[in-house]
Write a protein that binds this ligand. Structure first.
Ligand code: PXG
Length: 437
């Protein structure tokens, strides 16, 4: 194990750097459902890395595709140039979306996908002669990555308060967390569809003619797994449609099979105008994100002279050949292994194992949908987040990886998990809670 001085040069993201470097958790290899640590322990991956390795680690077909791809075409510029894999993948992704969307715009991360979608929404209205629509509406407790657009519409105070005045003209819907009515809901909670009507209140304040888009995570992940109340997303959709506001679903974690369907839009039967995707699109193996676009949005851009650039936006690595190779292989694997069906068929087991934690010390809520779970612990007096962090560390010592956000532990295992491994994850968490001060 390197000593702490060897670790100083990497300023780690979203990490208590000094605390981590005193007792580092180093992962040196991974295969299937397991990580291996630098002290040669096996860790059962309860989080698919960071919600991304949906087909399991070091998936041989994806690894081979990346290796072969690197040998064939290392890089190709995406501005006024192209390469075949990027087009092939775009077509496959459109197909993968059930042709709900007609185009994809590539980015390299979820944060970039979000900022791209927001810019697309603003430009869409302007192109159509509705340039007064400049406001963006997010939601309290939302997480949309770390770009200035994403943190502006996002609703997690710590991700915002350090960074100045952010984007102007942003407002927020209330979050949907309602433990008084919905604690220990299995799947979609019953109460709270009316919270979508808050959009009407915001519109009344600003006027619809000033609002470009509403962005929400269909299931909020980073804030601690908030499942949308029954009927909520449909109500948001109806209001947006009625008032000419674009609806963006941020599917960075809900996409690529997490709920047992290709996307949350399929699960809930509610369609956004734009959808942001990342993480599982390449099984987490190469950074990639994408914005999926409905035809009416895309077509609005395709009106001017054909020699004119339609959208002044893009990244050096948009549609990077290695990411495309990884994504194509990931789609093949998802398809051929029936990974999403497996996720769907394990969801009930996952739900009952997770809810068996009800009654353990300090457990104040359990939430779940598909292969996403959240277990919320009561905060220690005057120390929000401390009990959750302690639980996370103890779980890791006992050989399972979970995510912690505040005092909520989140589970989002690779879709290849089996029932016995689900049991191990939940049983181990239960043991951790039994001993946790
Ligand atoms: N949107 C959503 C909904 C996300 O969950 C992003 C955008 C940003 O993606 P990138 O690729 O830029 O990180 C995310 C990322 C957690 C956790 O602990 C979740 C994310 C990232 C880091 C931690 O739940 N999601």
């Amino acid at each position: 194990m390197p000593d702490s001085t060897d670790l100083s040069a990497w300023w780690m993201p979203f990490t208590a750097n000094r605390n981590f470097k005193e007792a580092p958790r180093l992962l040196v290899s991974a295969k299937g459902m397991f990580y291996r640590t630098s002290d040669d322990r096996e860790i059962l991956d309860g989080t698919a890395g960071l919600w991304c390795v949906n087909a399991g680690h070091s998936q041989p077909r994806i690894t081979a595709a990346i290796r072969d791809g690197a040998e064939r075409l290392d890089y190709a510029p995406p501005f006024q140039m192209g390469h075949p894999l990027a087009f092939e993948l775009a077509e496959r992704l459109v197909e993968f979306s059930g042709r709900k969307f007609s185009q994809v715009f590539y980015t390299n991360s979820g944060s970039e996908a979000v900022d791209t979608a927001l810019k697309m929404a603003l430009a869409y209205h302007r192109i159509r002669g509705e340039g007064t629509r400049t406001r963006l509406i997010g939601r309290e407790r939302g997480y949309h990555g770390v770009g200035f657009g994403g943190i502006s519409v996002g609703g997690m105070a710590n991700n915002r308060k350090w960074f100045g005045s952010l984007l102007a003209g942003v407002d927020h819907l209330p979050h949907t967390h309602d433990p008084a009515r919905n604690a220990f809901s299995k799947g979609v909670p019953i109460h709270g569809a009316e919270l979508a009507d808050e959009l009407e209140r915001i519109v009344a304040l600003h006027d619809a003619s000033t609002i470009a888009a509403v962005i929400v995570e269909p299931v909020a992940g980073s804030t601690g797994v908030l499942v949308p109340p029954e009927g909520y997303l449909k109500r948001l959709r109806d209001i947006c449609t009625r008032l000419g506001i674009l609806l963006v679903f941020d599917e960075v974690i809900t996409g690529c099979g997490r709920l047992g369907t290709p996307f949350a839009t399929d699960y809930f039967g509610v369609e956004p105008d734009l959808m942001t995707v990342a993480k599982g699109i390449t099984n987490g193996c190469v950074p990639m994100g994408a914005v999926f676009v409905k035809p009416h949005v895309h077509d609005a851009f395709m009106q001017g002279p054909s020699a004119a650039i339609e959208f002044f936006h893009g990244y050096t690595y948009s549609g990077h050949p290695l990411a495309c190779a990884a994504a194509l292989a990931a789609l093949d694997v998802y398809d051929e292994t029936g990974a999403f069906r497996q996720a769907a068929s394990l969801a009930a087991t996952f739900e009952s194992e997770l809810h068996a934690l009800r009654g353990k010390p300090n457990v104040i809520d359990v939430r779940n949908i598909g292969l996403v779970g959240g277990v919320e612990l009561a905060a220690r007096e005057g120390q929000p987040g401390a009990r959750g962090m302690d639980a996370f560390k103890r779980a890791y010592e006992r050989g399972i990886m979970v995510r912690v956000t505040g005092d909520t532990l989140a589970l989002s295992p690779p879709l290849i998990i089996d029932a016995a491994q689900i049991h191990t994850l939940c049983e181990t968490l239960g043991e951790v809670f039994d001993d946790l001060p």
